[in-house]
Design a protein around this ligand. Structure first.
Ligand code: FUL
Length: 472
C-alpha cells in the first residue's frame, strides 16, 4: 500500500516537472533578429554628430572642394571640450565628419593633397581624428567616423581608381585611431570636376570596414547595420519596424522611398534599425548666423519622443564654431535638455504597483520581469496567444504622463498594435493607441490620474515579449 502511495507521489512530481518544463520553454525567435553588435548599439540610444571642416569657416553647407586648405584654421580647437560636453549631456559617443563632400580630410591622409597637413592649423602638423579619438577615450565615449564617398576635390573622382583611393582612406581612419563604433556613409553622389559621377563600390567599402573594424555598425540608407530614418527633422515613424527590404536598393539615389525608411518594412528581409540624424541648428555646419537659432528645449524634447521614443537611436548634430569649440548657446541647451529628461524620467512608479497579466507563459516569463530592471528577463505569453494585457494596480490614484515600453528584441520585433488604458470612476478609458514598440517606445500623454493602468497588446506577429515597462 505504502509503495502504491509513493508511486503516485512520484508520478505527480514527474507530471509537475514536465508541465513546468513545457511552460517555461523560451519562445523561438521570430523573423529577422538583431546581431549582438546591433543590440549593444541600440542600447547606446543617444550620441553626438559633429560636422566640422572648411565649411565651418566659409559658412556654407556643401563646400565646392576648391577652397584653399588655409581656410581651415581653428584658433582653439578643443576636442576635450566636445567630449566633456557630450558626456555631460548624457551622450554615449561622437561621430565626426572625417571627410565631407568637399573632400577635405581632417587627418593627414596619404591619398589626398587636401587635408589638415596642407592647412596652417598647427603648421600642418595637426590631426583632428587623433585629438578627438583620444578625447573620446578619456571621456569613455565611443568614437565614430563619417566619410563622404562623394568628393568634390579628389582628381580621381569619377574614375575606377577613386574607389581604391576611398578604400585606402577608409583603411587609414579605421586603423589609426582605435575602435570605431560606427561608420557613417552618406549616399550623396554628385559630379566631380571631370563632370562624372562615381560608381561607388559599396561591397568593397563595406568589406573594408568589416576587415578593419568588425564590430563597427555601418550606417547608410540601407544599412547593412543601421539605416537612415528617412528625414532630417528628427521624426521617426509612429510605426517603425527595425526590419527592412533592401534587395535591389543602394544608398543615395536608389534607396527605398523616404516613407519606407521612416517606417521600415513589417517582416522585412534584414534587421536594419533606424537612426535619427538631426541638427541642433538649422544647418549641419556652424554659422554665426544660426547662433540664435539653436533648437529650443521644447523642440529637443519633442525630438526625443519622436526618435528614441519611437524605436530609433538619436544622432544629434552639434557643430563646433571657428574656434574649434562648441558654442555656449549649444552646450547650455544640451545641458538643459539633459536636466529636463532626467526630471521627466526621475521617478518610475511601475515597480510600486501590483502587476498582473491576462496570459502568462510560465514561471520563467512572469509578468514581474517587466519591472525587475534586468534587460534579459521578459514577460511572454504562450505561443498561440498574440494579444494580452498587463495591468498595474496602484494603492492610491497616481498622476502619470509618460509610459515607456520595451520589447525583448533579441528574439525579434513582434508587436504591431497596442493601446494604453486608465481606470477611473469604475471604468477603463483609452488614453493612447499605437502600432509598433520595438527596442523602446515612449508615450507622452497629458497628465492623468489613474488608479489602474493597462497596456493592451492587441496584435503581434508572434507571442509578445515585453522586458520593460516604466511609468512616470
Ligand atoms: C547629408 C549631407 O549632404 C549633409 O551635408 C549632411 O552631412 C547630412 C548629415 O547628410 O546627406
Amino acid at each position: 500500500m505504502k509503495f502504491v502511495k509513493y508511486f503516485y507521489i512520484l508520478l505527480f512530481i514527474n507530471v509537475l516537472t514536465i508541465f513546468s518544463c513545457i511552460n517555461t520553454k523560451a519562445p523561438e525567435p521570430y523573423g529577422k533578429i538583431p546581431s549582438k553588435k546591433q543590440i549593444e548599439w541600440q542600447k547606446l540610444e543617444y550620441y553626438m554628430f559633429v560636422h566640422f571642416g572648411p565649411n565651418t569657416f566659409t559658412h556654407v553647407e556643401w563646400g565646392l572642394g576648391n577652397e584653399s586648405p588655409e581656410v581651415f584654421n581653428p584658433t582653439e580647437l578643443d576636442c576635450k571640450q566636445w567630449a566633456a560636453t557630450a558626456s555631460a549631456a548624457g551622450m554615449k559617443g561622437i561621430i565626426i565628419t572625417a571627410k565631407h563632400h568637399d573632400g577635405f580630410c581632417l587627418w593627414p591622409s596619404k591619398y589626398s593633397n587636401h587635408t589638415v597637413r596642407e592647412s596652417e592649423w598647427k603648421n600642418g602638423e595637426g590631426d583632428v581624428l587623433k585629438e578627438l579619438s583620444e578625447a573620446c577615450q578619456e571621456y569613455k565615449l565611443k568614437f565614430g567616423v563619417y566619410l563622404s564617398p562623394w568628393d568634390r576635390n579628389h582628381p580621381s573622382y569619377g574614375t575606377d581608381e577613386y574607389n581604391t583611393v576611398f578604400t585606402n582612406m577608409l583603411e587609414e581612419v579605421l586603423t589609426n585611431y582605435g575602435n570605431v563604433f560606427e561608420q557613417w556613409f552618406d549616399g550623396a553622389n554628385g559630379e566631380g570636376e571631370n563632370g562624372k559621377k562615381q560608381e561607388y563600390d559599396w561591397q568593397l567599402f563595406n568589406n573594408t570596414v568589416y576587415k578593419f573594424q568588425p564590430d563597427a555598425m555601418i550606417f547608410s540608407d540601407v544599412g547593412p547595420d543601421c539605416r537612415w530614418m528617412g528625414n532630417e527633422q528628427g521624426i521617426a515613424g509612429e510605426t517603425n519596424w527595425a526590419t527592412l527590404n533592401i534587395d535591389g536598393f543602394f544608398p543615395g539615389e536608389f534607396a527605398p522611398a523616404q516613407d519606407i525608411l521612416n517606417n521600415g518594412n513589417i517582416n522585412g528581409e534584414k534587421w536594419i534599425p533606424a537612426e535619427t540624424d538631426v541638427s541642433i541648428r538649422p544647418g549641419w555646419f556652424y554659422s554665426p548666423k544660426t547662433n540664435d537659432k539653436v533648437k529650443s528645449l521644447e523642440k529637443l524634447i519633442s525630438i526625443y519622443y519622436t526618435s528614441i521614443g519611437r524605436n530609433s537611436n538619436l544622432l544629434l548634430n552639434v557643430p563646433p564654431d571657428e574656434r574649434g569649440k562648441i558654442h555656449p548657446n549649444d552646450s547650455v541647451r544640451l545641458i538643459e535638455f539633459k536636466e529636463a529628461l532626467d526630471k521627466v524620467f526621475e521617478n518610475n512608479i511601475a515597480p510600486k504597483a501590483k502587476v498582473s497579466a491576462s496570459a502568462n507563459r510560465g514561471r520563467k516569463f512572469n509578468v514581474k520581469n517587466i519591472i525587475d530592471n534586468n534587460y534579459d528577463s521578459y514577460w511572454a505569453t504562450p505561443d498561440n496567444i498574440t494579444n494580452a494585457s498587463i495591468e498595474f494596480s496602484f494603492e492610491n490614484p497616481v498622476l502619470i504622463n509618460n509610459v515607456l515600453l520595451q520589447e525583448y528584441i533579441p528574439l525579434g520585433q513582434r508587436v504591431s498594435k497596442f493601446s494604453i488604458e486608465c481606470w477611473n470612476d469604475n471604468k477603463w478609458e483609452k488614453i493612447f493607441s499605437g502600432t509598433t514598440i520595438g527596442y523602446k517606445r515612449i508615450i507622452n500623454i497629458s497628465e492623468i490620474s489613474c488608479k489602474k493602468l493597462r497596456v493592451n497588446i492587441e496584435e503581434a506577429l508572434a507571442c509578445p515579449l515585453i522586458n520593460n515597462i516604466e511609468i512616470y
